[in-house]
Design a protein around this ligand. Sequence first.
Ligand code: AMP
Ligand code: MG
Length: 337
Amino acid sequence: MNTVLLENNEKNIVFAAGLIKNGHVVGIPTETVYGLGADALNEDAVRMIFSAKGRPADNPLIVHLADFSQAIEYTSYIPQLAYKLAERFCPGALTMILPKNDRIPLVTSGGLDTVGIRVPSHHIMHNIIEISGCPIAAPSANISGLPSPTCAEHVMRDMDGRISAVIDGGASEFGVESTVISFDNENTARILRPGAVTREMLLEICDNVIIDPAILNELAEGSVASSPGMKYKHYSPKADVIMVESSFEDFVKLVSENNGENTWSLIFNGDKKNFPYKYMTYGADSSEQAHYIFQRLRELDDIGAEKVYVRSPSTDGVGLAVYNRLIRASGFEVIRL
Ligand code: AMP
Ligand code: MG
């Protein structure tokens, strides 16, 4: 299959919407990361997403809508709390897990009786949903297990020859995927995957916000994941990634004692003037770290890094999302000093 890279203009947005309507898979920019979009109601098109990514069939796809009012067409029940959250965070980087109705095929929901609903704010994704008239199923546009793509070039690298087109919308604004929540009851949201909509932001609307234990810790053997994505190794470059929770001084000492030819460190911007070993920086605060983390993981592969020591980020605000992606990239290998 020939994959065309489309520049961002009105004609190409209409063309991409036509492709989606006709059952094709297209790489589409969103404010979180690039998505691999297809008509969520077209089982064959959805199957092509799974095969292009090599994604396990039990890992459900998020369905993207132009407006939250359309959620009623695809779900069997919407709690009041979901409407309140939608008022504040839709459009935006929040995915809500709701009971699905029969219109959503089981291939899309990974066999579950629920569906994740999101209303993206990015104008390209929004316009493609509107013009195609389709709810769009879209996981991150990477090969399963690799870091998520935050620019069109990343998508082309992973998907060239596997999908019909990619629209180039420049760098993703947030750089990490949406916050995924489910509802424990009418007042309580449970974060299944942290993202740009933070726990602190959700607490402005919800009485309780639970952070699912699987966000920070490895799932215990035999336990059932609240979200299938929690089961899989994720976001991993080829290098062995090791998270280090320590002071900067202890970090430098650790690297000095374990430094090899292809050992790299991923450090904060402020660290670099005192760091004598090979390094990349990934930002000075949590939003910058979210923006750069996946790009850096891909660059470390390009450069041939075999071992990467990472300065562990703060878990406040969007930092929790960065920490969650890194701890999964490391396969839960953490050194605490
Ligand atoms: P991605 O599509 O790559 O952004 O990943 C979507 C994430 O949302 C995965 O971790 C999925 O397991 C999770 N997810 C999607 N739909 C559901 C659902 N119905 N129930 C629980 N988790 C979901
Ligand atoms: Mg993904």
